[in-house]
Design a protein around this ligand. Structure first.
Ligand SMILES: *[C@@H]1O[C@H](CO)[C@@H](O)[C@H](O)[C@H]1NC(C)=O
Length: 332
């Protein structure tokens, strides 16, 4: 009796382990953070990209206006679209650039909220693990940077996607730069798994607004142009799953482009510091609504029915506004 019992215990333990392993390998769950809406059910936040230059290139001026507009809109959090620290990310957790480019720049009261950040290609040129480290949160509790993760409220699901590993040339022709690929043992497996996660998260989402954030643009008329890997691999998943907005940085400008095959709006906010590249390319201008080559940032206000997105310049002037209304009987 005792022996039989022990055998069956061992067997079920074996099953449990096997099942657990299966689960572990098939579903690399993305970390999820709940962010409550305001008491009236709305949500507002600022979006900024390509910024960390110790205040230079108008970074401080943009920060000042973010503080002003952030106060006016009573923002809930800030989204960073990556390239957080120039030129080469952080050297380590002790790198003074963290405080000199972040803590001591975004000092306004309204900006003392949670920041949700992804990594840009310049961040990958430094010590990536440092930017992801919880130790930074001890220095400045606003900081949260992960490779890919989810922020959700009843109103919106915001999916942050690590886009740098998608871009093949960073691996094949690094132009003298070194990248910190620790944690990305195989580009192919990493991106394939990530896309699987993106698809399942978006499929299962019941949120009113579905927003995806990445560093690289899917569509851009700026210096770098479209990111072909994202256009062919990520975009079809977003189109098939009713994504409302894709937000990115990378090109040092502000842009609004409408997808020609779906309701997706492409929004570039990569103008946190150095801008004015003056090289709006002759490439694909399909769906282009707005392009600004200088510094600035973007605000997002969401309610059950409406989304209002506004772009600002370095003086806080409104450059462009996009208002979208959900259809009452939309098919989820
Ligand atoms: C700062 O912003 C102003 C106004 O847009 C612009 O004229 C100036 O060139 C900017 N400075 C730099 C260094 O980009």
């Amino acid at each position: 009796m005792a022996i039989w019992y022990r055998k069956s215990m061992a067997l079920s333990l074996l099953f449990a382990i096997a099942f657990g392993l299966c689960f572990f390998f098939t579903s690399a769950e993305l970390q999820r953070f709940e962010h409550p809406t305001k008491s009236d059910g709305s949500l507002s936040f600022l979006v900024l990209g390509d910024w960390g230059r110790r205040g230079a290139f108008n970074q401080s001026q943009v920060a000042y206006q973010m503080g002003r507009i952030g106060g006016k809109l009573d923002i809930d959090f800030v989204v960073s679209t990556g390239d957080n620290f120039y030129d080469n990310g952080l050297t380590g957790e002790e790198d003074s650039a963290f405080e000199e480019s972040f803590s001591r720049i975004y000092t306004a009261k309204s900006l003392q909220k949670q920041w949700y950040s992804v990594l840009g290609n310049h961040d990958y040129r430094g010590n990536v693990e440092a930017q992801l480290s919880p130790l930074l949160r001890k220095i400045d509790s606003r900081w949260l940077c992960l490779r890919s993760f989810i922020v959700n409220s009843e109103l919106a699901e915001i999916l942050f996607v690590d886009t740098t590993p998608f871009v093949k040339t960073y691996f094949t022709d690094s132009e003298g730069h070194t990248y910190d690929w620790r944690g990305i043992h195989s580009r192919k497996a990493y991106t394939a798994n990530l896309l699987k996660d993106v698809e399942s998260v978006l499929k299962e989402s019941t949120a009113k607004w579905k927003i995806v954030v990445g560093h690289h643009a899917i569509r851009s008329v700026g210096h770098h142009g479209d990111t072909k890997e994202l256009k062919t691999r990520l975009l079809p998943i977003l189109q098939a799953n009713n994504v409302d907005f894709y937000m990115n940085g990378h090109d040092h400008c502000l842009e609004h482009i409408s997808d020609t095959d779906s309701p997706i709006q492409f929004l570039t906010s990569g103008a946190g510091s150095k801008a004015w590249r003056g090289d709006i390319k002759g490439h694909n201008k399909e769906g282009l609504n707005f392009f600004y080559d200088g510094q600035g940032f973007m605000s997002v206000q969401l309610t059950q029915m409406d989304a209002e997105i506004v772009f600002y310049d370095v003086f806080g002037n409104i450059l462009h506004r996009l208002s979208t209304r959900k259809h009452l009987h939309s098919s989820i």
